[in-house]
Write a protein that binds this ligand. Sequence first.
Ligand SMILES: [Zn+2]
Length: 229
Amino acid sequence: MRSFAGLALLVGLSACGSEVEERARPAEPTAAGLVSLSCDGSQGLRPLFARYCSQGRNYMTPEARDALVDAASRLQARYPEAIVRFMDGSGPDGIVPFPPHLSHGDGRQVDLALYYTDTEGHPLADVPDTRNWGGYWPAEPPLPGERVACPEGRSGRAEKPDPPADRPWRLDNGRTKALVEILIADDRVRRVFIEPHLEERFGLWGHSKVRFAGCQAARHDDHIHVDFF
Ligand SMILES: [Zn+2]
């Protein structure tokens, strides 16, 4: 039995190669104590664009990283194809704020992409039409009758247009709501920023961890901002 196990280990090592060994190596924390999020699609996570990793914008505290990995695993238990796509976390140096954000930087925040369907409700594998905004778009504006949080608009660069009414995509309410629910159920998550009309649509109105960032901040119906303890 022992020799079989040894053989299996040898075969495993030779078959893995350097790439897999690289993935398996635990991330060394930076001097600020931050670790990088997985960039290769393993652990149910990947950057929405490669530059979030290549530019070192994917750093988090080990505890926040673990919580996000667990959230991705829980989401895949409900939606096996769902990958959690991240945008900005923090830089490796832990400096707050992390431009262009008003916050981020200490490894306790991350921005996550929403999920979308086509107009007939079939899930889309990726986020549509985001090249100009790096994933911080397209927004899911209020439907007729839903709450409008900033009727006067937002200040400065925080203002972004609604997508066109004839757009070929819609928000995937199921997957997006599931991710928010999984996050706020985790004791390591302090709060989640989404727009009030989504908070209401998802049946989460008044939840102590679901917050509105305000009209001075970027709109949060195009991404989910997560704060960890
Ligand atoms: Zn954010």
